[in-house]
Write a protein that binds this ligand. Structure first.
Ligand code: ADP
Ligand code: MG
Length: 258
């Protein structure tokens, strides 16, 4: 009897590996012992096992998405001081973090403000919350992404590269105004914006208001066309505050008593 059980147990382990059910493989023996001891009906045992696997899969999926999102570390809502940006409504940002509605409509978020005002931090925190809510996000410096798309264009794969980014419901383009003249001329950024319009969301941060966007795109017509698409369905958050870095440095200096 015991030896039969041992053989069955060994087979179960092999079968669970074959089926790729790692959570069940980890749990089943302890749960089976408990079920035997407490006289659970078979259906209850099976349901408990399946629930573990499903919950574990959800956790592993979010871990994978978190790794592929390339978010800067430590930039969360917990470490963000909303009092430092009184013009930004915390309630509004938290509603956006739920992700419902705007992501499904491919609507955008535009974050404007001077350097050090917390744009990248807020963008990353929002991205993190969305991943935790089951969405897919990619955070990139705009110049890096443009460079990547330029390489794709040279290899005649721009369309495929842009389509590949569709798996991210939110693409965070950090510091769009840092796009250089030669990057602007290839217009890959425009292609990206046009392709995602009303389908997939963008979150863009910029130090410069629209008036200064002339050098991001090859000509004025394209600049206007890009802005038009970006703002059509967009939440615009202005973070016109003094640099948080500078303020923190001043505070330290005052605190030190000299
Ligand atoms: P920006 O992208 O607008 O130039 P950052 O988001 O990089 O600014 O912010 C500069 C630094 O100050 C970062 O280390 C960031 O974490 C911190 N910081 C900015 N604003 C806040 C804030 N409101 N609360 C906490 N930290 C902040
Ligand atoms: Mg920044």
């Amino acid at each position: 009897m015991t030896s039969n059980n041992t053989i069955d147990a060994a087979r179960v382990e092999l079968l669970l590996s074959e089926l790729r059910l790692p959570a069940i493989k980890l749990m089943w023996a302890a749960l089976a012992a408990r079920a035997d001891k407490e006289g659970w009906p078979a259906v209850r045992f099976l349901a408990a096992l399946a629930e573990h696997e499903v919950a574990d899969r959800g956790r592993r999926r979010i871990e994978r998405h978190l790794a592929s999102a390339r978010l800067p570390t430590g930039k969360t809502f917990d470490t963000f001081d909303f009092n430092a940006v009184p013009m930004v409504s915390k309630a509004q940002v938290m509603a956006l973090a739920a992700g419902d509605g705007w992501l499904d409509q491919g609507a955008n978020i535009l974050l404007f403000g001077p350097p050090g005002g917390g744009k990248s931090h807020l963008a990353a925190a929002l991205g993190l919350a969305l991943v935790q809510n089951g969405r897919r996000v990619l955070f990139m410096r705009t110049t890096d992404l443009v460079q990547r798309l330029q390489v794709a264009r040279r290899e005649l794969g721009l369309e495929a590269a842009i389509t590949k980014l569709d798996k991210y419901q939110l693409l965070i383009l950090d510091d769009i105004a840092y796009v250089t003249k030669d990057q602007a001329e290839t217009s890959v950024l425009f292609e990206l914006i046009a392709a995602r319009y009303e389908r997939r969301s963008l979150l863009i941060t910029a130090n410069q208001p629209f008036g200064e966007w002339g050098k991001i795109f090859p000509d004025q017509a394209m600049t206007l066309a890009a802005i038009d698409r970006l703002v059509h369905h967009a939440t615009i958050l202005e973070m016109n505050v003094e640099s948080y870095r500078r303020k923190a440095a001043l505070k330290r200096k005052r605190g030190s008593g000299d």
